[in-house]
Design a protein around this ligand. Sequence first.
Ligand SMILES: NC(=O)c1ccc[n+]([C@@H]2O[C@H](COP(=O)([O-])OP(=O)(O)OC[C@H]3O[C@@H](n4cnc5c(N)ncnc54)[C@H](O)[C@@H]3O)[C@@H](O)[C@H]2O)c1
Length: 306
Amino acid sequence: MTISFAGQVAIVTGAGNGLGRSHALELARRGAKVVVNDLGGARDGSGASSAASQEVVRLIEEMGGEAISHGANVANFDEVQDMVTQTMSKWGRVDILINNAGILRDKSFTKMSLEDFKLVMDVHVMGTVNCTKAVWDIMREQNYGRIVMTTSSSGMYGNFGQSNYGAAKMAVLGLMNTLVLEGAKNNIHVNALAPTAGTRMTEDLMPEEIVKAFAPEAVTAGMLTLCDEKAPNRFILCAGAGGYSSASIFETQGCFIPQASQNPETVREHWDELIAQDKQASLASGAKQGEKFVMKAMAFMKSQQH
Ligand SMILES: NC(=O)c1ccc[n+]([C@@H]2O[C@H](COP(=O)([O-])OP(=O)(O)OC[C@H]3O[C@@H](n4cnc5c(N)ncnc54)[C@H](O)[C@@H]3O)[C@@H](O)[C@H]2O)c1
């Protein structure tokens, strides 16, 4: 069935270039009214300009859609609040938030200044927090909301020179995990996208033909399945060059060691059992881990009574 966003309002951060631009154009093509947010700075976050976001608005209007641009720096809550206030006064609701804005300040950890670490955390983590916070109560009141976090393979698996970026990209998954629990009763779904695309963020890392294969549109096709009415919840979708997959954190069933022998040597002796993947599972909340361990301890206590 065709995925449509007719009548819905979407905010896409960092939508002046790259992936955000592609997301905004396709949401609009499928009927959404779009807030094209972009600070318009350079890849490292310096500078600002409204040219790119205004051009995206122009393209949307040209295809008969509705859009407004807003230059909020996502790391600044007051500016984000102003964007959401303007959206509400124009269109009266916010159905979709795509947290996409991002910058890079790559260096090995040895050479990285704390300033570069903090700036990247600020844009990716607090940027996502600020935008989500500003729409959260609106979505709760509407009893409808779809939020997409933009994570990265760098966060999930690591990437040389990206300790700041990787930490930030993993943090947004932590935010997602709890918001999924808190938003469930109000039909707010929160998912994450782990993209690979040829954009200015990656252009110097990939040869030209590869950049073409990794078109942002291929990622957007996957992203749209995370923000419509039928969207999953707490799903991490990886997408690039026409490849699509999902990522999850699994935990092994593990072992149990009675109190009298709880020492590092015994833990090491149980290593094979501790890491055995046959009964591994993805846990629905942090509390499930505690439950698992209590069950193991209780089973042991029961076995001692007989
Ligand atoms: N391109 C990839 O392969 C790749 C891989 C993994 C994750 N990502 C993530 O995807 C997202 C989009 O990346 P892209 O490749 O399209 O990069 P891009 O540089 O082409 O676009 C990012 C946009 O975000 C905007 N932006 C930056 N800081 C901002 C701020 N503080 N407030 C508002 N807007 C701001 C920039 O002006 C730019 O237009 C980012 O979150 C990035 O980390 C990209």
